[in-house]
Design a protein around this ligand. Structure first.
Ligand code: PGA
Length: 254
């Protein structure tokens, strides 16, 4: 059985105080809810990761991760954060490859490969994001793009390394736009991703990997999307900033 996950990407939102309030509120919303082995993760901006992690008001079922890291172990990289700094404060997961990092900070597949290696070397779990842009889908290239993104950044990994990888398929045209992929479009791509993993590795590995969908998941569409065979949960942006909405999405996981 694959683990189902709802992960909240807070992006560059919330002050320290607002972050502490939100994590406390989410904890309150789900305190009587049996997660049944499903996982809940939140990803605050670097400066607030430690505060949220150490908050006495955090429901311990809510895991805390980081949104990025630098590929080097340490050194003269002003403004950056290394993997060992994250693990040292108890962080055990990191988002890599988000489309906003690719678009605004020019992170390409080669760089992402280095970042993935740095994360795994330090024992971090990686939520690896990828997905096509609108023009790529319209041109019918979405499967090829996704395959390439996966192969370039991840297919050098060993089967053992993959135990630390969570995939998050996020069609760029659906992120923050209110334009969700239909459940059928999500299922179609997730099945393709699993087939690609089967070809590159094995069916056993493909069946073991959690593949999240991301892009305008809201309380009113989560259940239908999560109901698809190959969708193992979601990476949530906007709706993760409201405790009631995020909790409703968590409860949409079966
Ligand atoms: P959204 O963001 O839910 O606001 O579309 C998803 C994401 O960027 O991970």
């Amino acid at each position: 059985m694959r683990t189902k996950i709802v992960a909240g990407n807070w992006k560059m939102n919330l002050t320290r105080d607002e972050s502490l309030q939100l994590v406390a509120d989410i904890g309150g919303e789900i305190q009587n809810h049996d997660l049944n082995g499903n996982r809940v993760m939140v990803f605050p901006p670097f400066i607030n990761v430690g505060y949220v992690m150490d908050s006495g008001n955090r429901n311990q079922q809510i895991e805390v991760g980081a949104q990025n890291l630098h590929q080097a172990e340490s050194g003269a990289y002003t403004g950056e954060v290394a993997a060992s700094m994250l693990t040292n404060i108890g962080v055990n997961s990191v988002i890599l490859g988000h489309s906003e990092r690719r678009e605004y900070f020019h992170e390409d597949d080669d760089l992402l490969k280095e970042k993935v290696d740095a994360a795994l070397k330090n024992g971090l779990e990686v939520v690896f994001c990828f997905g096509e842009k609108l023009f790529e889908r319209q041109a019918g290239n979405h499967f090829a793009i996704v395959e390439q993104q996966l192969k370039k950044a991840l297919f050098h990994l060993s089967e053992k390394d993959w135990e630390k990888i969570i995939l998050a398929y996020e069609p760029v045209w659906a992120i923050g736009t209110g334009m969700t992929a239909t459940p059928e479009q999500a299922q179609e791509m997730h099945a393709f991703i699993r087939k690609t993993l089967t070809k590159g590795y094995s069916e056993k590995l493909a069946e073991s990997i959690s593949i999240l969908y991301g892009g305008s998941v809201k309380p009113n569409n989560a259940e239908e999307i999560f109901g698809k065979t190959d969708v193992d949960g979601g990476l949530i942006g906007g709706a993760s900033l409201k405790a009631a909405d995020f909790a409703a999405i968590i409860k949409a996981l079966s």
